[in-house]
Design a protein around this ligand. Structure first.
Ligand SMILES: Nc1ncnc2c1ncn2[C@@H]1O[C@H](COP(=O)(O)OP(=O)(O)OP(=O)(O)O)[C@@H](O)[C@H]1O
Ligand SMILES: [Mg+2]
Length: 110
């Protein structure tokens, strides 16, 4: 069984003429904690959104548990999301819900 959790190869993402990810290669091993550091607007959030399938890159491959994320169906995406956690950068909580309802939101919805 592979020891790689996430494998990114030659990932390219642009918005119009603005190239944000230009051939990113990255391997994350199972159990590894990885911090991506960079200045504001350098593409950290875009990278994570591509890994989740929320944004589609123009080129490249993203394997999560050896399965390709780029171009997956909505059904496969929902399965992928059920196995992932994501804390958004700002305004991350529903103020109409309690703390535990916020924490359990994904589990309750599914
Ligand atoms: N949906 C979008 N449409 C157009 N441009 C976008 C979009 N999302 C991000 N960008 C652009 O992509 C670049 C990278 O943005 P991103 O949000 O990934 O930066 P970041 O590294 O997460 O910054 P920060 O540290 O401020 O969170 C920025 O120039 C941003 O304006
Ligand atoms: Mg960001």
């Amino acid at each position: 069984m592979s020891e790689t959790k996430i494998k990114i190869s030659n990932l390219k993402k642009a918005f119009g003429k603005k190239v944000v990810l230009d051939g990113v290669n990255l391997d994350v091993r199972k159990g590894e904690s990885l911090v991506v550091i960079g200045g504001s607007g350098t593409g950290k959030s875009v990278l994570i959104k591509c890994i989740q399938g929320l944004m589609t890159p123009e080129q490249g491959s993203i394997l999560v548990d050896e399965k390709e994320v780029v171009g997956i169906s909505q059904q496969e995406k929902e399965k992928l999301h059920s196995q992932m956690g994501m804390l958004f950068q700002g305004g991350a909580l529903f103020d109409s819900l309690t703390v535990w309802e916020n924490v359990a939101f994904g589990l309750l919805e599914n």
